[in-house]
Design a protein around this ligand. Structure first.
Ligand SMILES: [Zn+2]
Length: 269
């Protein structure tokens, strides 16, 4: 089960003392120890695949006292106006919880909960579109990973369904994860488009070619092939895009072409 994987993650994580910039409470934030994770691949929308643990789960701090949550990279980066907005909204209505202090590692459900709280806080403080969009990307990736975990523990090593699993329940859970992933990917894509129009780069750490590639790749996953083609062409001609990204853009362009041809054949037949 997932619980066995979660236990195995604990020795790779570090309890860090974090002071909440909103209520001042010092709590224990979990981060991945440096040098413990290695990248084994990258998916089409740039989701990093890491071993032995999925470090995406541990990208957010969440104060158990007032609820203020945010991406670790931006956790302290709050203006006076942000603090006031957060105090008046999230902190005013949050019921303190005691679950984080003791946890040595998180399940995907917990990671999703903390990332969603980070999104709520980003909205409450009227944060940048890029920050909200990037948080949505992370939530979509967490749902994708959760679906994969459900799948992994309901089949044997040859992919045969295990008898003890309620397969209807499993199929329902996977479908729910996929629906949530699609919902957050769309929100992320639209947010990145808004960020590019309104903000100056970097967009929550992403440069222009990477952002445009990501918009293209997510559009492809959403089957919005016109937007995907448009954005991938931009990446391919952008002089500041590095070779690796251009190669990815080339592969994506081929995938878009193949899907367009397949759709044409389906219409004709
Ligand atoms: Zn707090």
């Amino acid at each position: 089960m997932e619980s066995r994987e979660i236990e195995a993650e604990a020795p790779l994580l570090l309890h860090k003392k974090v002071e909440c910039p909103i209520c001042g409470m010092v709590f224990s934030g979990l981060t991945v120890k440096t040098g413990k994770v290695r990248r084994i691949g990258t998916e089409i929308d740039l989701r990093p695949l890491n071993k032995p643990l999925d470090s995406i789960k541990y990208g957010v701090y969440s104060c158990p006292q007032c609820g203020y949550s945010g991406l670790i990279r931006n956790y302290d980066k709050l203006t006076g106006a942000h603090k006031k907005l957060l105090l008046d909204s999230v902190a005013a209505s949050f019921v303190p919880r005691d679950d984080v202090e003791e946890a040595d590692a998180f399940s995907y459900d917990e990671a999703i909960k903390f990332h969603k709280l980070a999104l709520v806080c980003s909205e409450a403080k009227r944060g940048r579109d890029s920050e909200k969009a990037y948080t949505c990307v992370l939530i979509a990736w967490l749902y994708r990973a959760k679906a994969q975990v459900i799948d992994r523990y309901t089949t044997d090593s040859d992919g045969n369904l295990l008898d003890w699993v309620d397969h209807d329940e499993k199929a329902k859970l996977v479908l729910e994860c996929k629906a949530q992933e699609a919902r957050f990917l769309k929100q992320a894509r639209d947010g990145l488009v808004d960020a590019e129009a309104k903000e100056s780069p970097p967009f929550c750490g992403l440069d222009i070619p990477t952002t445009e590639y990501m918009i293209g790749a997510i559009s492809f996953l959403m089957n919005d092939l016109d937007m995907a083609s448009q954005m991938v062409s931009r990446t391919m001609i952008n002089r500041s895009a590095n070779k690796k990204l251009k190669d990815r853009a080339y592969d994506l362009k081929e995938a878009i072409k193949a899907r367009k041809e397949m759709e044409k054949e389906e219409v004709e037949s």
